[in-house]
Unconditional design. Structure first.
Length: 255
């Protein structure tokens, strides 16, 4: 029975391993984790002492060294630790830490936490993949819309070009209602005659062509007839009626 109890008590006794020592110039040794100095003859005994083991636990807590990264110092007691995973309070000793991290409660909580992390990581990856797929679809849609717009624009241009090509190539000269200058005529009505004739001759020729002489003769005959009638009326009436009457000047009587 004693041997079994001694074997059980030794479980987790050196959970954090042996401390590290540094030799000083004066021949003494200094513990790196606790900072305690000692002579060389007590190094082995100090490494297994309670003071050294508590110093190793404090050092592992401050540096978050496994398995002490799952624990924190109890603010109410210097010799107690609180498990971050289960919330249980245990003694600050390597044996109790060993028993707690190998217990069923701690292992179940650890499995649940790992499963939750996997699920969260899977959900995150799924969300990332979903977002990337949505972004790629959005980019494809934008590119597709741009291509469609370009195709529609090209199609419209082709339709306009085809319509212009299909239009009949009619000009103004082919219009039956369009007036054309007869062959041999000039737009200034120049018949190629004597260009050095006088302006009077040209005007007479122009008047003869346009019938202006007949109109002038009619005007002259009408004017002559009117003058004759006026003379007859003046003779019949007499000159006395048309004579101006002079006003008599009033003479002032001599004063």
């Amino acid at each position: 029975m004693a041997t079994k109890e001694d074997g059980r008590s030794k479980e987790g006794r050196n959970l954090l391993g042996q401390p590290n020592f540094q030799q000083l110039e004066n021949g003494r040794f200094k513990c790196v984790e606790t900072g305690h100095e000692m002579p060389s003859n007590i190094v082995d005994s100090y490494a297994n002492s309670k003071r050294c083991r508590l110093g190793l636990i404090d050092f592992a807590l401050s540096s978050s060294k496994p398995p002490l990264n799952m624990f924190k110092q109890d603010p109410l007691s210097r010799c107690k630790l609180i498990c971050k995973l289960t919330g249980d309070t245990i003694n600050k000793s390597e044996e109790h830490i060993w028993k707690h991290v190998n217990g069923r409660r701690f292992l179940n909580k650890l499995a649940q936490m790992e499963a939750g992390n996997l699920m969260e990581s899977g959900a995150v990856e799924k969300n990332v993949w979903k977002k990337e797929s949505e972004d790629s679809k959005m980019i494809e849609n934008l590119l597709g819309n741009k291509k469609d717009k370009k195709r529609q624009k090209d199609k419209k241009m082709e339709e306009i070009v085809s319509e212009v090509r299909e239009l009949p190539n009619d000009s103004d000269s082919e219009d039956p209602d369009f007036w054309e200058l007869p062959v041999g005529d000039r737009p200034d009505f120049d018949d190629g005659g004597d260009r050095w004739s006088s302006s009077a001759e040209l005007s007479e020729e122009y008047d003869e062509e346009n019938g202006i002489d007949d109109a002038n003769e009619e005007r002259r005959s009408v004017t002559a007839e009117l003058s004759r009638k006026t003379k007859r009326m003046s003779i019949a009436i007499g000159p006395s009626s048309f004579a101006s009457r002079k006003k008599k000047s009033r003479t002032k009587p001599p004063s």
